[in-house]
Write a protein that binds this ligand. Structure first.
Ligand SMILES: [Zn+2]
Length: 192
């Protein structure tokens, strides 16, 4: 598991830098996790910029959220990550960001339903909107988990997007594609 741990830790730090560089998070926003075994998830801590993460900052927890390794406190959205993994065991990684266009859709209570964009119809599929629930709440975790087995992500109403995939790279690509599709749709609508 050590090798998986080290590889996953390095990948999470790299994805964090990429999210910040792309403007998909600001401040301490967002959280990233990788399931490294049936009963262990490596997740980002609370209070650290995703662009400044180092492997020692990450927290290893079991599926009940008990800390196995790490000195920092895990993200306040730990319950959401665990609920998604529990609902869909094939999922290997999860990203939550405040990608501005996808978050604007979530704030407006909209989805990309009916979009004819290739990245939506061929890659992302239907990304549903989960009813509003306070950040860090059990209801928010349940809303995301409901989408886990049939979708590639979810828009948390008035909050922002979550994407997941078999690998962290796939979850990242889906976040990038979701953001771009929301951006293009918003631009297209402004041209009507
Ligand atoms: Zn958030």
């Amino acid at each position: 598991m050590r090798e998986t741990f080290d590889t996953a830790a390095a990948a999470i730090c790299e994805v964090g830098r990429r999210l910040l560089a792309a403007g998909l998070v600001a401040g301490n926003d967002g959280n990233i996790s990788v399931r490294i075994s049936a009963d262990a998830v490596l997740i980002t801590p609370t209070g650290v910029s995703k662009g400044e993460l180092c492997p020692a900052d990450l927290v290893l927890v079991d599926m009940q959220g008990q800390v196995l390794e790490g000195t920092l406190r895990s993200t306040s959205e730990l319950a959401l990550h665990l609920a998604v993994y529990q609902a869909a065991p094939h999922i290997g990684a999860i990203i939550h960001a405040h990608a501005p266009y996808a978050t604007a859709f979530a704030l407006a209570g909209r989805t990309l339903a009916g979009s004819r964009l290739a990245e939506v119809t061929e890659c992302l599929g239907d990304i549903p909107l989960a009813e509003f629930a306070p950040p860090g709440s059990r209801a928010l975790a349940e809303g995301a988990a409901e989408a886990a087995s049939r979708h590639n992500g979810v828009l948390l109403a008035a909050h922002g997007p979550v994407t997941w995939g078999d690998t962290l790279r796939q979850a990242l690509y889906r976040m990038e594609e979701l953001e771009l599709a929301c951006k293009i749709t918003a631009i297209a609508e402004s041209l009507r």
